[in-house]
Design a protein around this ligand. Structure first.
Ligand SMILES: [Zn+2]
Ligand SMILES: [Zn+2]
Length: 272
């Protein structure tokens, strides 16, 4: 991988550790790079990562990562951009989610930016994920892009508050954050919050209650400044956390401790 997070600082020994709450380590960008990538995590105090499933075909590889490494966990779900319009049967999600390393359902949600046309199939698929999550009592990992209003409406209609979850790679307004928080959800910031043109999002990152904050990379996408445009990796969640801490005027160690505690509170089946 091209991205080099740089040398670890001496203060790292006392650092409470960070969790990358959302990454796609099964993607081909990481083939043959696992050792190097995990070494960068260690060097940057990134202790755990949640490996996110985007379709059924890729799920075995996601699960294999969580089985191979104690500090990786898995989710099961079909991403809203996955345009195989066949419906998702909640029973299939529930069956796969039974595995002890699967700690959440997702990623799921709505994306009106990447996909267009009649998107009723996308909404139905989202509903199926919420039903499955309620049935197996696991939290949801939700993706929303240019679809916040419908996302929140479906979350309410399907009773997503019963299991909670995370609004991942958050790029919406404070009002959307408040509405999701009211439904018991957490707000996860990605490398986007480090971008110079992300002024409105930086304001949201200042205001989300500390006990509802998470950080993520969405690797291999969205590498944070100063690695923008390169292949992202979990080690770089440190730059996301540093920026959120800076915006809030909070020490990085405090932000790391809070986001890590939040992660293990939300994803109850993930063990430290
Ligand atoms: Zn996503
Ligand atoms: Zn993702």
């Amino acid at each position: 991988m091209n991205a080099s997070p740089g040398a670890a600082s001496p203060a790292i020994a006392a650092f409470p550790g960070l969790v990358d709450s959302h990454c796609h380590l099964d993607f081909p960008e990481f083939d043959g790079k696992m050792g190097e990538m995990r070494e960068e995590m260690r060097a940057n105090g990134v202790t755990h990562a949640l490996c996110i499933s985007v379709n059924f075909a890729g799920f075995p590889k996601v699960l294999a990562l969580a089985e191979a490494y104690d500090n990786f966990f898995a989710t099961v779900g079909v991403h809203p951009d996955h345009e195989d319009r066949t419906g998702v049967d909640p029973a299939r999600l529930i069956e796969l989610a039974r595995h002890p390393r699967v700690v959440a359902i997702g990623e799921t949600g709505l994306d009106y930016y990447r996909v267009s046309g009649d998107l009723e199939w996308q909404r139905e698929r989202f509903r199926a994920h919420i039903r499955a999550a309620r049935e197996c009592r696991k939290p949801l990992v939700i993706h929303t892009r240019q679809a916040a209003e419908d996302t929140l409406a479906i979350m309410r209609e399907e009773g997503a508050a019963e299991v909670g979850g995370v609004m991942h790679c958050f790029t919406e307004s404070q009002a959307v954050a408040d509405a999701a928080i009211a439904l018991g959800f957490y707000i996860s910031f990605s490398g986007i919050v480090t971008f110079k043109n992300a002024g409105a999002l930086k304001d949201v990152a200042r205001l989300v209650p500390l006990e509802r904050l998470l950080v993520e990379t969405d690797s291999p996408y969205l590498a944070p400044v100063p690695h923008r445009g390169k292949i992202n990796q979990p080690a770089l969640v440190r730059h996301v956390a540093e920026e959120v801490a800076r915006l809030r005027g909070t020490p990085l160690s405090e932000l790391a401790a809070a986001t890590t505690n939040n992660f293990f509170r939300l994803f109850k089946e993930a063990r430290r």
